[in-house]
Design a protein around this ligand. Structure first.
Ligand code: UD1
Length: 431
């Protein structure tokens, strides 16, 4: 087992290049399963979630070839299997996109219930509602999801999602793009990765309009053909480095981004006294003075992203005054608060609300990454804390951040990956 060792207190300077968007890549790779021909996908982030999905596709018979570190060619022409490998599937949340992709192409799918970060209950009832409306019989039993299109091919339908769900919107979009006739998804999620998935599918021959609005219209096509596509930059990875410099101080350029996707994060950082300047495809983030308090409420896009909530909570831990964070998407997304408390943060959680009383400084401690973004939060806290922080369970972080250690080191952070056998210091005894 490996850990991160961080010596905090060093401001960050320099430039960091953002990788392709994880949440787009984890839908686009399964979408390649629907394509007869070669898909060349560029700007694929080098993270364990994408590795896992490529392995799953290979198990199903796809030919996957890395052309360089971030470009992959996937050929699923000869794939005929509609049953995904159990052990691999249950490790990641996004494996559920294989249900929509298999159902759309083969009219049948058998997958496991999805894994992924544990933010409390993560139902897939809206995915099932959408697929059922498209004419599938869907059954969940024994940890598996079985779906079969009645008559062998799905049929377009009008679907109203009861909850704004990223996963259900993308999954129903996947299933519908090869269905017979027209599908309308209302109350759809509007995240940038939904637009990216629609653009990918359209470039392979699908007919999807309105992605990025709450009403998506899909005219089913018989076949998808090969082509090339470049994944958008990762909004959350960019936001994480913006948060890191806000916490540690300094000035960095975050490059290869779409500044519009960062508006809500930039706005919050500015409220906290951080300077953010936008260029064409980069933002410069500068923090020279003490941070001010602010309030945050997470919401579906274009609201403040829930996937940035833990990182901003870490930043607010040392802001002047009391901040209030309200989690508007997940039921249980504050498990990491216990880890920040070990570092001296003063945070009270009551249901979906966290009250953060800014302290003068955090102190390094042995902490764990409870999930992907929680892991990013403790790293950010470690960067601004006094002394040494050890982060364990970093496999969660590596699910979604390409070369976090290398990128932070290039900005001047004192962080390294160490092997387990170097013992982390024990927590000091409090008498
Ligand atoms: C995706 C992201 C995750 C992010 C989340 C919200 C991926 C792989 N993961 O997760 O990082 O935090 O969007 O931006 O892209 N819900 C239902 N029924 C459903 C589906 C969802 O009630 O069938 C609820 C969930 O419990 C949650 C809310 O809807 O409260 C939003 O979930 P959703 O947008 O579906 O999240 P994911 O797609 O799982």
């Amino acid at each position: 087992m490996e850990k991160y060792r961080i010596i905090g207190g060093k401001p960050l300077y320099g430039e960091v290049e953002i990788s392709g968007a994880k949440n787009a890549a984890v839908a686009i790779i399964p979408a390649a399963l629907m394509v007869e021909g070669v898909c060349r996908i560029e700007n694929v982030p080098e993270i364990s979630d994408t590795d896992m999905l490529l392995t799953i596709l290979s198990h199903l018979g796809a030919k996957c070839r890395m052309l360089n570190k971030s470009t992959v060619e996937i050929d699923c022409t000869r794939v005929q299997i509609n049953e995904a490998p159990y052990d691999l599937m249950r490790k990641i949340r996004a494996s559920y996109y294989l249900i929509g992709a298999m159902l759309g192409r083969f009219g049948r799918a058998k997958t496991t219930m999805p894994g992924g970060c544990n933010f409390g209950v993560r139902p897939i009832d809206q995915h099932i509602k959408g697929m059922t409306a498209l004419g599938a019989d869907v059954e969940v039993s024994g940890g598996f999801v079985f779906a079969t299109a009645r008559g062998g091919r799905l049929k377009g339908a009008e679907i109203y999602l009861d909850k704004v769900s990223v996963g259900a919107t993308m999954n129903v979009m996947l299933a519908a793009c090869m269905a017979e006739g027209r599908t309308v998804i209302d109350n759809a999620a509007r995240e940038p990765h939904i637009v990216d998935l629609a653009n990918f599918l359209n470039s392979m021959g699908a007919d999807i309009r309105g992605a990025g609005t709450d009403s998506i219209r899909i005219n089913g096509v018989r076949k998808l053909h090969g082509g090339s596509y470049t994944i958008i930059p990762d909004q959350i990875e960019a936001g994480t480095y913006m948060a890191a410099v806000a916490a540690a101080g300094g000035e960095i350029r975050v490059s290869n981004v779409i500044p519009k996707h960062l508006d809500c994060i930039s706005a919050k950082l500015r409220e906290m006294g951080v300077e953010v300047e936008e260029d064409e495809d980069s933002v410069v983030v500068r923090r020279m003075r003490p941070l001010r308090r602010t309030n945050i409420k997470t919401q579906p896009y274009p609201g403040f992203p829930t996937d940035m909530q833990p990182q901003l909570c870490a930043v607010l831990s040392t802001a002047q005054g009391t901040s209030v964070i309200t989690e508007g998407v997940w039921d249980n997304r504050y498990k990491y608060v216990n880890e920040l408390r070990k570092m001296g943060a003063q945070i009270q959680v009551d249901g979906k609300t966290a009250i953060v009383e800014g302290v003068d400084r955090l102190t390094g401690a042995p902490v764990a990454a409870c999930d992907l973004r929680a892991g990013a939060a403790v790293v950010i806290a470690g960067l601004c804390a006094e002394g040494e922080t050890w982060v364990e369970d970093i496999q969660y972080i590596e699910r979604g951040y390409q070369d976090l250690v290398g990128k932070l080191r290039a900005l001047g952070a004192d962080i390294e990956l160490v092997e387990e056998d170097i013992p982390a210091p024990a927590m000091p005894q409090i008498c």
